[in-house]
Design a protein around this ligand. Structure first.
Ligand SMILES: NC(=O)c1ccc[n+]([C@@H]2O[C@H](COP(=O)([O-])OP(=O)(O)OC[C@H]3O[C@@H](n4cnc5c(N)ncnc54)[C@H](OP(=O)(O)O)[C@@H]3O)[C@@H](O)[C@H]2O)c1
Length: 254
């Protein structure tokens, strides 16, 4: 049985934080990374994970993550750091926001993949997990920048799977739809009030723990099984653009 040592990016909140908890509870030794050191420190006190604070879009910080990962003898890398900025239509899009989304979701994922792959190879076998999105599989008005970045991130995984054919390295894509997390819509829309409207009237959006369970399960299946792609949505979201919303109760209703 291969030893269980995972690097998890985006570990200071939402899906990444829940993934650290799920893997640590499942016997994995986890190296957690994100920018906010205080939150990683608290997570380490709770789960026993190791951590390194880093901005994955900054080369020196990536060096520090890779150095820590080399010491941890990795068998899995879980790329969670990512996100969306804005909901501008194409004709009103801000190229700078697109550039930042590409830097985080695509280029940082590429860099960490390139740098960590030799570590996984040295371990003898392992898994690379890419947390994309249903936005990697379809589009919606106002989504083009994020959709384009997630499509590009997905192609790192799909191409790498072909290129690694014959090596004992699994390439896994987990693509969630609507997940109500602390940071995603807040970062995208800029205020808690605006973020709340995303989930308004939706009976039960996915939560970070749902997605973390998918990651944990995909890594735990027998080593000859590769979960190429897992698409997860809440029952209330029947397609990328179709979400059932209950009318909100009016104050004074019985
Ligand atoms: N929520 C959804 O509906 C949803 C659906 C599908 C896919 N996803 C994807 O799931 C992933 C996690 O999203 P989430 O919902 O958990 O959002 P979140 O709560 O905002 O978490 C984002 C994580 O990424 C880290 N991060 C952001 N910029 C970074 C940078 N430059 N360097 C290092 N770390 C950085 C953040 O930590 P710091 O701020 O501390 O750096 C945080 O830990 C993203 O890739 C997102 O695209 C989300």
């Amino acid at each position: 049985m291969t030893f269980k040592r995972a690097l998890v990016t985006g570990a200071s909140s939402g899906i990444g934080e829940a993934t650290v908890r799920a893997l640590a509870a499942d016997g994995w030794r986890v190296l957690a990374t994100a920018r906010r050191a205080g939150r990683l420190e608290a997570l380490a006190a709770e789960t026993g994970c190791e951590w390194v604070a880093a901005d994955v879009t900054t080369p020196e910080d990536v060096d520090a993550v890779v150095e820590a990962a080399a010491a941890a003898e990795l068998t899995a890398v879980v790329h969670v750091a990512g996100g969306a900025l804005g909901i501008d239509r194409v004709d009103e899009a801000d190229p700078d926001l697109w550039r930042r989304m590409f830097e985080l979701n695509v280029i940082a994922t590429l860099n960490l993949t390139r740098r960590c792959l030799p570590l996984v190879r040295a371990a003898g076998r392992g898994s690379l997990v890419f947390l994309t999105s249903t936005a990697a599989h379809g589009t919606y008005p106002g989504g083009a920048g994020y959709v384009a970045a997630k499509h590009a991130e997905r192609q790192i995984a799909t191409t790498l799977r072909l290129e690694l054919g014959g090596e004992p390295i699994r390439v896994i894509e987990i693509a969630p739809g609507m997940v109500k997390t602390e940071g995603f819509s807040l970062t995208r829309l800029g205020s808690a009030e605006a973020a709340d409207t995303v989930y308004e009237g939706v009976e039960a959006p996915l939560v970070a723990e749902d997605v973390a369970e998918a990651v944990r399960w995909s890594l735990g299946v027998p080593e000859h099984m590769n979960v190429d792609l897992m698409v997860l949505r809440p029952v209330a979201q029947s397609s990328h653009t179709t979400v059932a919303r209950h009318p909100l109760a009016v104050k004074g209703d019985a």
